[in-house]
Design a protein around this ligand. Structure first.
Ligand code: DC
Length: 227
């Protein structure tokens, strides 16, 4: 079964996707980390963020690997061509670079291909922006997770502290998040939007546990009906 979780940044997708995967015994795929890894490598190699072809070549020739700790079902981090970039892809610099990189059609083509191949290997919770609309339009369960701008910015600041990445300026985070939402929603290729058959869930003020339990209950219900 594929559970697609789409929505804007900071809506709680990663937390929800990981918890749902853990509860259901599914694997979990963070597609945003893949776009971030390509953005990191483009900056490393000095590839122009406007050069669709060069970015596409980079995406096609790079190997993105999610690595696990022994006995842990969910990935602990991500590497690109053998370089661990788990922390390096969470900086403000990558937050900015990843928008043009993820808007490049050739990058999307290469990564969507990889995402489909990964998803075909088993039961997956996959989070991103276009999972229910483009990558897995036949996903058994589609969730579009949102939250208010302010709540998402607060979460992003907290998350960075929790990840040991230091503090960020709330107003700057809020402005950047709105800028990225506008960019992601208005780009020509696979813009951020809910699939027609997605269930809209708003995590503002809600206990994240409730959102997690709801998705698990829906998935189990689908599994029962499919048996
Ligand atoms: O979820 P995130 O913030 O880590 O995503 C990073 C960027 O990648 C964000 O600007 C949106 C983009 N993205 C995308 O275009 N499609 C996806 N499936 C996942 C992320």
């Amino acid at each position: 079964m594929i559970i697609a979780i789409d929505g804007p940044s900071g809506a709680g997708k990663s937390t929800v996707a990981e918890a749902v995967a853990r509860k259901l015994g599914f694997s979990c795929l963070d597609t945003g980390a893949m776009y971030r890894a390509i953005a990191w490598k483009a900056l490393e190699e000095g590839v122009s963020l406007e050069d669709d072809q060069a970015l596409g070549d980079l995406a096609r020739s790079s190997e993105i690997q999610f690595y696990h700790e022994a006995g842990e079902p969910l990935p602990k981090g991500v590497a690109i061509d053998g370089v661990d970039v788990t922390k390096a892809i969470r900086t403000a610099e990558i937050d900015k670079a990843v928008s043009p990189v993820s808007a490049a059609p050739s990058v999307r083509e290469a990564l969507v291909d990889q995402q489909r191949r990964i998803g075909a290997t088993g039961d997956y919770v996959i989070e991103g922006r276009d999972i229910g609309t483009v990558v897995f339009p036949n996903a058994e369960l589609k969730i579009f997770l949102t939250a208010s701008d302010e709540e998402r910015a607060h979460r992003r600041v907290r998350q960075n502290v929790d990840r040991g990445l230091g503090s960020m300026d709330y107003e700057e985070v809020l402005a950047d998040l709105r800028r990225r939402d506008a960019y992601d929603s208005s780009r020509a290729t696979s813009p951020l939007k809910a699939a027609d058959d997605a269930l809209l869930l708003d995590s503002t003020g809600a206990y994240i546990e409730e959102v997690i339990d709801k998705i698990c209950a829906l998935a189990l219900d689908l599994e029962r009906k499919g048996d």
